[in-house]
Design a protein around this ligand. Structure first.
Ligand code: CO
Length: 333
């Protein structure tokens, strides 16, 4: 039997020129420099940000690579450098609307296989809720948000308000780490991606658990954290132990931290069979979804290869991880 394969964590960056980016910020807003050989560079103002290739912005190329990788459906989200959270709400709202329209345009060659998440001006609760609902009605299958807004984590009243809105409206949310902590001590070797990104995701999850945030959010909220939840699964025992033995850890959190695992999902982007086996053991086979981080250099090169090839997971649960869980999460099919 053929099972549907869904890659629920893939990125896009629209082919926007510097002039369009300048409407947000001439100095720092991201834009795409495209070369004739199919390569490109995401630029922020004058500065090169990341080398990329045409699958990032060209849906036809993307569909070819999906065919080669055996991916039926891909859920694309913005590259986090596009978030625009530090700008004035009016400018950011205009920017998010335009990026979301660009995203929908990318799905036109095959809307049944190409799905997109919206971005929202998270710095303004009303505007963020309005754009999430507008995008949902326009065809986006959910939203992607960063795991923090400057010093404010996911337990911030405004961010909880946004998540509650998404829960009430049935809008799935992917939380992606961004703007990594401690970067001033990590100038080399992509350390922020290797050290801080997993910690940012851990911080996002623990902010919701230990604040009692999940107690206040509707159970209808569908929430997923990228990169296997970062450091979360490996460190859950440490967190439960702290909750049991220190009253300052359990002050705002009435239940054992591990009792909140049924409130969120994670993707499978962990790049190691042992890590994936641990993740499935901790989260359950219903709560892990194939996510590749395609088409970036730190993404899974053979999309779904880790799940397909591992001998540590039973054949019975692989179709859930490869697609069935995501179909249900996003209400596809
Ligand atoms: Co990503």
């Amino acid at each position: 039997m053929k099972h549907t394969v869904v890659d629920m964590h893939a990125h896009f960056f629209p082919p926007i020129a510097r002039e369009e980016a300048a409407r947000l910020d001439p100095e720092h807003a991201p834009w795409l420099q495209i070369r004739s050989d199919g390569s490109g560079m995401i630029m922020t103002g004058d500065q090169p940000f990341r080398p990329v290739y045409d699958a990032l912005w060209d849906a036809t190329r993307r569909l070819e690579e999906m065919d080669a990788a055996g991916v039926d459906i891909q859920v694309m989200c913005a590259t986090p450098v596009m978030f625009g959270y530090r700008y004035a709400p009016g400018k950011a709202t205009d920017w998010c609307r335009r990026m979301n329209d660009h995203a929908l345009a990318l799905t036109v060659p095959d809307p049944a296989r190409l799905k997109v998440l919206a971005q929202v001006p998270l710095q303004d609760l009303d505007a963020a809720c309005a754009e999430a609902s507008r995008a949902r009605a326009a065809g986006h299958v959910g939203v992607q948000i960063g795991n923090h807004l400057g010093p404010r984590n996911l337990d911030d009243a405004q961010l909880l308000g946004f998540l509650a809105h998404c829960g009430d409206e049935g809008i799935p949310v992917l939380v992606h780490p961004w703007d990594m902590m401690g970067s001033e001590r990590m100038k080399q070797w992509m350390l922020p991606w290797l050290v801080s990104m997993p910690a940012e995701t851990q911080l996002g999850i623990l902010s919701l658990i230990l604040s009692g945030g999940f107690e206040r959010l509707p159970r209808t909220l569908k929430l997923c954290f990228a990169h296997g939840g970062g450091s979360f699964a490996f460190l859950l025992g440490r967190v439960d132990n702290a909750w049991r033995h220190r009253d300052i850890v359990r002050r705002d959190c009435p239940q054992l931290p591990s009792s909140y695992l049924d409130r969120f999902y994670v993707d499978s982007a962990v790049f190691d069979e042992g890590a994936l086996a641990l993740l499935v053991e901790v989260m359950g086979a219903e709560r892990v979804m194939l996510g590749s981080d395609y088409p970036f250099p730190l993404g899974e090169r053979e999309i779904g290869g880790l799940i397909r090839n591992t001998g540590r997971l039973s054949a019975a649960i692989k179709p859930k991880l490869l697609g069935a869980n995501a179909m249900q999460f996003f209400g596809l099919g």
